[in-house]
Ligand binder design. Structure first.
Ligand code: ATP
Ligand code: MG
Length: 512
């Protein structure tokens, strides 16, 4: 016969009463049962929801379910060393993690413990992992660009500092690659910013439920490129228990808020939130919370909304800091209408939709330009970029529509033919290899060339070669022009447009 936790509680309470130890029960408890990373604890009468508790041997846990007769505790670590009857102590603090500049360049777990073997971290402060997001008053509208260095993203789906842009797609479609390129792209900007903290962008990458080898490769890439100096990696890999995977995104956000709240800028990548939702579902089911749609608990929307709301652009009175979020969601068979994808789509300010089919056609990054949007739009672009990028999305949309029709007939009028030609070249132009982000000015020139017909006479298969040539031509011969475009933050028209045209004509003569 199985004995209910409630019955055991009642018996224990009775016995303790006889010994007159009731006061102590408020601060300590005893493990009634333990398993699957969850402990049921008797006592801890004064414990708060979300409070950190300690098991013997220093194993930590978080009180989540406060019930009449017992407390449900999730365990951050292995539950193997915890036995029935062990004492559990309150710590009187809500789960918090180390934060501060000391974490830059480090790889830590969801509780802020170092994983990289570079010694202990003497963090200057601790911040509560799960805090309330800034309200409406401190915020300001998003208006500064967060350049990813990817042509397809910066031109068509611009991301601003303080924005939340979802990266969504099936497995192996280059989701991590987009986020990683965005991190690597900050290197040149951060180097150029020097000591100007108001320009720099710090990056926090959170790995949830991934293979350790994948995370190790990413860290290696960050180290090789020097990007690790302005980054923090928080890893809760697949081998970690569910509570750690649940906590890691919150902990990492607290580390990022250190920058946001001190008038600095940070970018946080959650890779990926589907796995966090799965770990939360596991925890909730084990805590016997009622399952809802797809067996997720009813508050799974709140799990992601309270996390992503913490990304914000703060106003003048609050230091002008920002936290930009790039959450990642993995879909199954391209189904964006499943529960978790629709939730996160509705929370974010837009999505970058990556498609398997495009990926295998060689269109990489495999951005579906029709389904991808940024609800912040051109206010997140520099003036130069927004003045040249407008026609691209339209041309590509028209091209997709026409291309479907054109398959059926060969009798096409001149204007349709022209549209197809332009579209094919622009599609080709949007391709970009990994780890080769371009500067804002370079993207402006490339897009300008594409939309002003400089490529119309170039063979589709030569577009890549043409672009590489153009970039090295611009870098070696037109450094002033590039500086002009990026420095002055002015529109591409009149004199500036003429200068770009002159440079492109100059290059056209040399290309064969
Ligand atoms: P997972 O679902 O496993 O996390 P993912 O969607 O994050 O996958 P990535 O790991 O970023 O995808 O990329 C998958 C593969 O595609 C990698 O081998 C990566 O090197 C390659 N890849 C990604 N982007 C590009 C690109 N622009 N050009 C060439 N190869 C790319
Ligand atoms: Mg990935």
């Amino acid at each position: 016969m199985a004995i209910q936790a409630a019955e055991i509680s009642a018996i224990l309470k009775d016995q303790i009463k006889n010994f007159g130890q009731e006061a102590e029960v408020a601060e300590v408890g005893r493990v009634l049962s333990v398993g699957d990373g969850i402990a049921r604890v008797y006592g801890l009468d004064n414990v708060q929801a979300g409070e950190m508790v300690e098991f013997p041997g220093g194993i930590q846990g978080m009180a989540l379910n406060l019930e009449n007769d017992n407390v449900g505790v999730v365990i951050f670590g292995s539950d193997r060393d915890i036995k029935e009857g062990d004492t559990v102590k309150r710590t009187n603090s809500i789960v918090d993690v180390p934060a501060g500049d000391e974490l830059l360049g480090r790889v830590v777990d969801g509780l802020g413990n170092p994983l990289d073997g570079k010694g202990p971290i003497n963090a200057s402060k601790r911040l509560v992992a799960d805090v309330k997001a800034p309200g409406i008053i401190p915020r300001k509208s998003v208006h500064e660009p967060m350049a990813t260095g990817l042509k397809a993203v910066d031109a068509m789906i611009p991301i601003g500092r303080g924005q939340r842009e979802l990266i969504i797609g099936d497995r192996q479609t280059g989701k991590t690659a987009v986020a990683l390129d965005a991190i690597l792209n900050q290197k040149s900007y951060n180097d150029a910013a020097g000591d100007d903290e108001s320009k720099k962008l710090y990056c926090i990458y959170v790995a949830v439920g991934q293979k350790r080898s994948t995370v190790a490769q990413l860290v290696k890439r960050l180290e090789e490129s020097g990007a690790i100096d302005y980054s923090i990696v928080v890893a809760a890999t697949a081998s970690e228990p569910a509570p750690m995977q649940f906590l890691a995104p919150y902990a990492a956000t607290a580390m990022a808020e250190h920058f946001r709240d001190n008038g600095r800028h940070a970018l946080i990548v959650y890779d990926d939130l589907s796995k966090q939702a799965v770990s939360y579902r596991q925890m909730s089911l084990l805590l016997r919370r009622p399952p809802g749609r797809e067996a997720y608990p009813g508050d799974v929307f709140y799990l992601h909304s309270r996390l992503l709301e913490r990304s914000a652009k703060l106003g003048d009175d609050y230091g002008n800091g920002s936290l930009t979020a790039l959450p990642i969601i993995e879909t199954q068979g391209g189904d964006v209408s499943a529960f978790i994808p629709t939730n996160v789509i509705s929370i974010t300010d837009g999505q970058i939709f990556l498609e398997t089919e495009l990926f295998y056609q060689g269109i990489r990054p495999a951005v579906n330009t029709g389904l991808s949007v940024s609800r912040v739009g051109s206010s997140a672009q520099t003036k130069a970029m927004s003045s040249v990028a407008g026609p691209v999305k339209l041309s590509l949309a028209q091209y997709r529509e026409m291309a479907a029709f054109a398959q059926f007939g060969s009798d096409l009028d001149a204007s349709t033919q022209q549209l197809l030609n332009r579209g094919a070249r622009l599609t080709e132009l949007m391709k970009q290899p990994q780890y080769s982000p371009l500067t804002n000015a370079e993207i402006v020139c490339v897009i300008f060339a594409g939309t002003n017909g400089y490529l119309d006479k170039v063979d589709v298969k030569d577009v890549g070669r043409w672009e590489t040539g153009l970039l090295s031509h611009l870098r070696s011969k037109n450094a002033d022009l590039l500086a002009d475009i990026s420095d002055n933050d002015r529109k591409v028209k009149g004199e500036l447009a003429d200068k770009i045209k002159a440079a492109l004509d100059d290059y056209a003569k040399t290309f064969a």
